[in-house]
Design a protein around this ligand. Sequence first.
Ligand code: AQP
Length: 334
Amino acid sequence: MLGDEKILFSGMQSTGNLTLGNYLGALSNWVKLSDEYTCFYCVVDMHSITVRQNPAELRKRARSLLTLYIAAGLDPEKNCLYYQSHVSGHAELAWILNCFTYMGELNRMTQFKDKAAKHADNINAGLFTYPVLMASDILLYQADVVPVGADQMQHLEITRDIAQRFNAIYGDVFTVPEAYVGKAGRKIMSLQDPTKKMSKSDENPNASIYLMDDKDTIMRKFKRAVTDSEGCIRYSDEQPGIKNLIDIYCACKNIEPEAVVKEFDGKGYAEFKPAVGEVVADVLLPLQKRYNELEKDKAYIDGIIKANTEKATYYSTKTLRKVQKKIGFPERIR
Ligand code: AQP
C-alpha cells in the first residue's frame, strides 16, 4: 500500500451521528484527498470515551461511522479504514509519548479547557492527555500530512513538538507532520445558534442535519433554521444564520457566495431556506442509498474491518517496535 505517495492520517470520533458539518468540513474532502495520498482514516473510538458514552450506542455508532466512510466514497481497498481500539499500538505509543509531553503544554490546550467546562463532572485524565493520543495516531503511521480544521491546529502543533523532541534525543524516528490546509475548510454552524459550530454531540436535533436525515426532516430543519429580521440574502457577519445557509448552499453546489447572493437577489427567506434544503437532500441521497445497501451486507463490512485492521497493525507495529528499541525496552524473544 505504501508507495511513492505521501501519507495522510485523519479520524473522526464516534460520539454521535455524523452531521452535515462533518461531511462538508471533513469527509467529502477526505474522498478527494484519497486520490493523491495514501490515507489512514480511523474511527477514533478511544478518543470518544474521554466523554462518557453509552456502550451499546458507542459500538453501533463506530460501525455506522466506518460504513459512512465507505458510503461517502472512500475506497476501502485503497484507504485504510479501521477502528482505533482494534490497533493496540495507538495506546502503547500514547503511553510512551506521555513521558515526552509536559503538563504545561497540555495545560494550554483550548479544547481541554472547553471540554472541561462542558463536562465539569468528568474532568478525567484522558481528556487532559487527549492530544498525546492524537499525536500517537498520527506519528504511528509516519504521516506527512494531517487535514485539520482551525480547532485542531493546536493539537497538530503539539504533535510536531513531541515528534521533534523525540527525534532530537533518538534520531529521526518520526516524520514531523504538516497541516494540510486545503481550500478554506468550511465551518458549518448550528442551525439553531449560528454562532456555534454544528456538532454531532449537540443535544438539540434541530441544530444539525444528520447525514441519514430523510428529505422531509431536512426540509423541516432548514425551515426552522434561525435567521434574522433583515429579510434579504446577504453574505455578511451581521447575518450569521443566512451566512451559514449560503456557505452550505455553496459547498453543496461548489459555487461562491457571490453567485448565491445574485441568484436570490430580491427573494426572501421563504424561498431561500427550502432551496438550501433541496440541494442538501440531493447531495445526501446517493450517500444514504449506498449506506443502506452496505449496512445490509454484514459479511462485506466485517471483511473490510478485518483486512484493514491487519494493514493498520502492520504499519503501526513497524513504528512502535522502532520506538521501543530506541528508548531501551528489552528486545522480544522470537
Ligand atoms: N461544523 C463543522 N464544520 C466543518 N467541519 C466540521 N467538523 C466537525 N464539525 C464541523 C470536522 O469533522 C471532523 C470530525 O472530527 P471529530 O469527530 O474528532 O469531532 P469534532 O471536530 O469535535 O466534531 P463534532 O461533530 O463537533 O464532534 P463532537 O460533538 O463529538 O465534539 C473534524 O475534521 C472536524 O474539523
